[in-house]
Ligand binder design. Structure first.
Ligand SMILES: Cc1ncc(COP(=O)(O)O)c(C=O)c1O
Length: 370
């Protein structure tokens, strides 16, 4: 029997494993803690949308049936909401899946994919899985450097990813910057606007209206039910694109990629305006509190257009991460992104934010020593 390595496709060895945020149950088990809070994966601290939960419970009795393959009702609702057609939408098992589908549809081995560095890790992982050559353009002042990205766009660059707002920085690129970037973009370049945090940023006056490019350029815009709608565990996201693109993506997706509970939940979440409002208010209040506390501690943070904040703790973040775990607080240390002194904290409920700050103060007082 030959070693499995020898059977792998050429690029698979290059693919780094994705490390998700640590689950609460794991930290409780490993550290013997009773109370643990998770501020590590940019989840909604209020729980799931209550309307979504009711709809999910109602649809449980139909679990013996396969789900609607085409997500008809969800597409119809989204089409009404954004004044588009149903065939402008693809629904994914999380917006992550749409990243995979687009790369699978567009990338031949050796094609170039442009990403920022650092940014959302999945772009590089999935581009490598497709055999792409990944070009990385460093952030400038923790923001996407669209000028430099544009300068480096050659006709071989097939796909460019723009996370807007970005993860892990929480920064965003503006309408003006995006317009300039999209002007005279090479015909064959496809732009992927990842707007997983759209709901948190869309009220900013200079946040781009990416839909304006939908019928003019080769683009897709993805959004998620995982964040503002509190449905990360269900796995639903959507992509908006020209109907011809969407039709090809539909050909290669699994027939039942979005389960029936996810479809029912997402559909009702879209109608849960009061939950969305409360989520945005909680985020705003929490953000203001964290900014204030970071300032008091003399820590530099990045103003965020999302539901998380990146903060420079001025010392090895892995150590601080481990010490915060022992205090029952899970955040994200940013070493995997190359930001060795930074942690990323998801904005929680008031008591969670307070617990985090209390723990951080304690850990910093100890000087981050073990
Ligand atoms: C920038 C960005 N894009 C996409 C996703 C994936 O979200 P989903 O849960 O919809 O797959 C995330 C999740 O953290 C993200 O931060």
């Amino acid at each position: 029997m030959s070693e499995i390595k020898l059977l792998l496709r050429k690029n698979i060895e290059k693919v780094k494993p994705y490390q998700p945020g640590k689950p609460i149950s794991e930290v409780k088990r490993e550290l013997g803690l009773q109370r643990v809070i998770k501020l590590a994966s940019n989840e909604n601290p209020l729980g799931p949308s209550p309307k979504a939960v009711r709809a999910i419970l109602k649809s449980v009795s139909e679990l013996h049936r396969y789900p609607e393959s085409n997500c008809f009702y969800l597409k119809r609702k989204l089409a009404e909401r954004f004044n588009l057609k149903e065939d402008n939408f693809i629904i994914g098992n999380g917006s992550d899946e749409i990243i995979v589908l687009v790369l699978r549809a567009l990338i031949d081995p050796g094609d170039k994919v442009m990403i920022a560095e650092p940014t959302f890790l999945i772009y590089e992982i999935q581009a490598n899985a497709c055999g792409a050559r990944v070009i990385k353009i460093p952030l400038r002042n923790f923001r996407y450097d669209l000028k430099r990205m544009k300068e480096n766009l050659t006709p071989e660059v097939k796909v460019v990813f723009i996370a807007n707002p970005d993860n892990p920085t929480g920064t965003y690129v503006t309408e003006e910057e995006v317009k300039e970037f999209m002007e005279n973009i090479p015909e064959k370049t496809f732009v992927f606007f990842d707007e997983a945090y759209y709901e948190f940023a869309s009220t900013l006056p200079d946040y781009p209206r990416s839909l304006q490019f939908l019928n003019k350029r080769n683009i897709i815009i993805t959004r998620s039910f995982s964040k503002a709608y509190g449905l990360a565990g269900l796995r639903v996201g959507y992509g908006m694109g020209r109907a011809d693109l969407i039709a090809y993506l539909e050909r290669i997706r699994e027939p039942f990629n979005v389960n029936s509970l996810a479809q029912a939940g997402a559909l009702s979440a879209l109608e849960d305006a009061s939950f969305l409002k409360k989520t945005l208010e909680t985020t705003q209040e929490g953000k203001a509190y964290l900014y204030k506390e970071f300032e008091k501690l003399g820590l530099t943070y990045l103003p965020s257009a999302t539901n998380f904040v990146l903060v420079d703790i001025g010392r090895d973040s892995e150590r601080i991460f481990q010490q915060l775990l022992r205090e029952g607080v899970i955040v994200r240390g940013l070493k995997p992104w190359g930001l060795d002194n930074f942690i990323r904290v998801t904005i929680g409920r008031r008591e969670e934010n307070e617990k985090f700050i209390k723990a951080l103060k304690k850990v910093l007082r100890k000087g981050g020593k073990r």
